[in-house]
Design a protein around this ligand. Structure first.
Ligand SMILES: [Zn+2]
Length: 222
């Protein structure tokens, strides 16, 4: 009987640890910024997985037209391939963050030392191209674990999560993505979008419309 109870407790604990690694907002392994502290009327727009040679420029045009600043978590290899876009993001007043060198699923299973060397390489690339100091980090897939936490702590990075996930990489209909974000908007919310998709421009346009309708403004972490 006791053995059964022990097995149940261990299984439950493992489930919590696993779920915690998938839910960045739980702050189980690593403290993340998942909402803007004390904000009464601002939200923050964040983009993952760029810069993309076809879609990031269009998103930047739109943001410039509306005078909006955002946070771009870039993949190191894509930054190397598209340095002009990295420079443009920095020059237009947006913030750049680290999103790993190559964004492979295997990143999650790397030992702390290898996570650290990957993130260090990504930071170097982004800093060299942008000419800016880069201190913010978002883990690929939002997955955290003790190894990623250790590397992030040792490098003195700030981990940024989200509170409004658009699922723009999964949901096919742009209108449904926009509606999903609209339903979840609140002052202090951090919105997760991607600038690497064919529909990125339309989604951003719709989301900006919703933010305006709610009387909210946008801000960005520096
Ligand atoms: Zn990503």
């Amino acid at each position: 009987m006791i053995i059964v109870l022990v097995i149940i407790v261990v299984l439950l604990a493992l489930m919590v640890l696993f779920a915690g690694s998938l839910n960045i907002g739980w702050n189980l392994y690593l403290r993340s910024v998942n909402r803007l502290p004390g904000s009464k009327e601002e939200v923050m727009i964040t983009f993952d997985d760029g810069p993309h040679p076809l879609y990031t420029g269009k998103v930047l045009d739109l943001l410039a037209e509306r005078g909006i600043k955002a946070l771009f978590f870039m993949i190191g290899e894509r930054a190397v391939a598209n340095p002009k876009l990295v420079k443009r993001v920095a020059d237009e007043g947006h913030t750049i963050g680290i999103h790993s060198m190559s964004h492979t699923p295997g990143f999650t299973f790397l030992p702390a030392e290898r996570v650290k060397s990957d993130l260090t390489a990504c930071r170097q690339v982004l800093e060299e191209i942008s000419g800016r100091e880069v201190t913010l980090f978002r883990p690929p897939y939002g997955v955290t674990n003790p190894n990623i936490a250790k590397a992030v702590r040792e490098m003195g990075l700030v981990c940024v999560g989200w509170s409004i996930r658009s699922f723009d990489t999964i949901i096919k209909s742009k209108n449904r993505v926009i509606k999903r974000v609209d339903k979840r908007l609140f002052p202090g919310g951090i919105i997760l979008l991607h600038d690497s998709l064919p529909g990125s421009y339309e989604v951003v346009e719709g989301v900006l419309e919703m933010i305006k309708k709610r009387g909210l403004k946008t801000t960005v972490l520096k």
